[in-house]
Design a protein around this ligand. Structure first.
Ligand code: PEP
Length: 252
């Protein structure tokens, strides 16, 4: 089993161009220590081209987008298509982040359309799933994860699914400083792999990278990344500090 280890930094709606420049310059200067880990930076849309230029030939770092539209072009003022993202050198797109599900009311059916666009433009989707605090308290977390995954995965063939990366992000852990315990995270990651086995097969389930997200930081990354089914992290707040982000990448 040789799954790609990944640490992805979701900058959300943060940084100016100057701050983006400073952050990426520092990250690139540490890249020789990234070993077998792929780092992916998700800057805000306006900085993607510039961040891509700053990364230059550094192969261990890629650029992704935080979202894309369900359509390829047309009268959708303010939106960005997967084709546009591909044309500026993006390789990944975050799909279904809990902030998009919550604030922008994205439904699983929207995510399917977005992923179709992502794949049609030769990009890779990072599909985010995760339960809210109330859902966990009511012990509905397994049910929520099954629903979120099956409603999307049922629309994709095994060949299409081979391009996916999954991120398990318990909503109660995002930006709260309350990380899932290693046991909680490992339990859901193994569960996600079992769902993938049921939908497709065990070979692909064992090959897909599953990232943990939710208050993952330089202090707790090492323990989380030692769990057998955790292949890296999707990092919010801590990805805005170059030293912390690089330390997380060095935590395997
Ligand atoms: C996220 O938004 O994907 C995330 C994991 O945020 P944070 O690390 O700040 O909890």
């Amino acid at each position: 089993m040789n799954r790609q280890k990944i640490v992805a930094g979701n900058w959300k709606m943060n940084t100016t161009l100057a701050q983006a420049n400073e952050l990426v310059t520092k990250i690139v200067s540490h890249a020789c220590g990234f070993n077998q880990v792929k780092a992916i930076i998700f800057p805000p849309f306006p900085f993607i081209t510039e961040v891509k230029k700053m990364i230059g030939d550094e192969k261990t770092i890629s650029v992704g987008a935080q979202n894309c539209h369900t359509h390829s072009s047309g009268a959708y003022t303010g939106e960005v298509s997967a084709g546009m993202l591909h044309s500026v050198g993006c390789q990944y797109v975050l799909i279904g982040h809990s902030e998009r599900r919550n604030y922008f009311k994205e439904k699983n059916s929207d995510l399917v359309l977005k992923i179709k666009e992502v794949l049609a433009n030769k990009l890779q989707p990072i599909l985010c799933v995760g339960e809210t605090f109330e859902e966990r308290k009511a012990e509905n977390h397994f049910k929520v994860i099954i629903e979120q995954l099956t409603s999307v995965l049922s629309q994709f063939s095994i060949t299409e699914f081979s391009q996916f990366i999954i991120a398990y992000e318990p909503v109660w852990a995002i930006g709260t400083g309350e990380t899932a315990s290693n046991e909680q995270a490992q339990e859901i990651h193994a569960f996600i792999r079992s769902i993938i086995t049921d939908i497709y097969d065990s070979a692909i389930a064992n090959n897909i990278s599953i990232l943990y997200g939710g208050s993952c930081n330089a202090q707790n990354a090492k323990e989380l990344f030692q769990c057998p089914d955790i292949d890296g992290g999707l990092i919010g707040g801590a990805s805005l500090k170059a030293d912390d982000f690089c330390q997380i990448i060095g935590s395997f």
